[in-house]
Design a binder for this molecule. Structure first.
Ligand code: C5P
Length: 389
């Protein structure tokens, strides 16, 4: 792959040559684009020696328009370290030097950033807002969670180690999903009782959105079918279909699944819906209680399990409270799945609403992989890596 490594002026810039060396060793072609401040921390000669190419740092050097040629040349842009300044510039659409101009011109291709800054700066609402904005545009952050952790431990917003950044870059390459089409279901479903009420659940959609993002980053085209959620996603390879009820999710999922290489069903689908939906707001009827008659919803996962052809991979989730592994294993067989991702409600920090998760992935052929408590983003990468290995 042709990778542009962008380097900004943080102390962690001294680690950039090591990243360039690792990428070259992995067989990539690398060119560097550095800010003026970065060249205070790491010399031009060092970067030119490890990359084997001239450094792009001056917009006006001999009338060159490298931000255009590097934009065309590069297949991926990695900014390591990424200071609050460069993150803010991209968020604000500012292009006042070589690297920031290249970043704005690089749209439509993958961009990864490895933030590194002082703890207080990282925690500033403006920086957090900018990071969230960049993420919503599909820019991947390597190590922001680690950055937060590092803040707690050592007081410094450390950059992720070059090996971790190189892994994140190479991950997309290693995965077999590049060019494939995948279905992901996410979020809750709402089952209408009347014109203003519904039966729902607390699913936030975070796990499913992280899975869609991980698949998209790995080069797959993703059909994301999601129930009501406040989350937004903007990724050139993710196509979102928003639905409300289990039956709408069923219709959307069964329509696209025959055209997909695989599906990950992480939605928390309501098992039952009211047998009737009133077209007006139901009034109190004067009596003490009220009975809702419920009927069963279709099981989307089991249906896809029946439809599945030999080349397709089907992954389900299981949220269990007791006999977790045995129940999950049974579900895997009954629904004809290739993998089942088990969330245990016993684990603190796992499950609905929170940003973290802890899972055990069971495979049809008896393999088992257990994660520690990780961010949902990291869990998503682990799942994608496991099911495509
Ligand atoms: O059987 P159970 O509901 O525990 O299975 C959970 C898995 O099945 C999840 O992957 C969920 O997305 C999926 N599911 C579904 N359709 C349903 C119920 C669950 O796709 N009606």
């Amino acid at each position: 792959m042709k990778i542009v490594v962008g380097i900004t002026g943080g102390i962690a810039a001294y680690k950039a040559p090591e990243l360039v060396r690792l990428l070259k060793k992995a067989g990539h072609e690398v060119r560097c684009a550095a800010t003026g401040h970065a060249l205070e921390f790491v010399t031009r000669v060092t970067l030119e020696t490890v990359s084997g190419a001239p450094i792009y740092s001056d917009l006006f050097a001999s009338g060159r328009t490298e931000h255009i040629s590097l934009k065309d040349w590069g297949e991926m842009l990695v900014v390591a370290p990424a200071t609050a300044n460069i993150i803010g510039k991209v968020a604000g659409g500012i292009a006042d030097d070589a690297l920031s101009t290249l970043l704005l011109a690089f749209s439509g291709k993958p961009i990864i950033m490895a933030p590194a800054m002082n703890c207080e700066i990282w925690a500033h609402p403006a920086v957090q807002r900018n990071v969230a904005l960049l993420k919503s545009w599909g820019i991947r952050m390597v190590g922001p969670e680690e950055g937060e952790l590092a803040c707690g431990v050592s007081g410094v917003g450390r950059m992720a180690e070059p090996t971790l950044i190189a892994d994140a870059i190479c991950q997309g390459e290693r995965l077999k999903v590049k060019g494939e089409r995948w279905l992901v279901t996410a979020g809750p479903t709402y089952e209408r009782i009347d014109s203003v009420r519904f039966i729902g659940n607390y699913s936030s959609g975070k796990m499913g959105f992280a899975l869609a993002q991980a698949l998209g980053d790995a080069g797959a085209d993703v059909e994301l079918v999601t129930g009501p959620t406040s989350l937004s996603i903007s990724h050139p390879r993710i196509h979102r279909t928003s639905i409300e009820s289990a039956r709408e999710m069923y219709a959307a999922a069964t329509e696209v699944f025959p055209h997909c290489n695989g599906a990950i069903l992480s939605a928390a689908v309501a098992d039952y819906r009211p047998s009737e939906c009133a077209d007006h707001k139901l009034k109190k009827n004067g009596s003490e209680g009220m009975h809702l008659d419920l009927v069963q919803n279709p099981d989307i996962l089991a249906t896809l399990g029946n439809m599945k052809t030999s080349g397709q991979t089907l992954v389900g989730f299981a949220l269990e409270t007791d006999n977790e592994e045995a129940n999950a294993q049974r579900k895997l067989e009954k629904k004809n799945l290739d993998y089942i991702v088990l969330n245990s409600l016993r684990d603190k920090g796992a499950g609905f609403g929170v940003d973290t998760n802890k899972v055990t992935i069971l495979s049809r052929d008896g393999k088992r992989r257990e994660s520690p408590l990780l961010s949902k983003k990291e869990v998503a990468h682990l799942i994608v890596e496991t099911i495509t290995a």
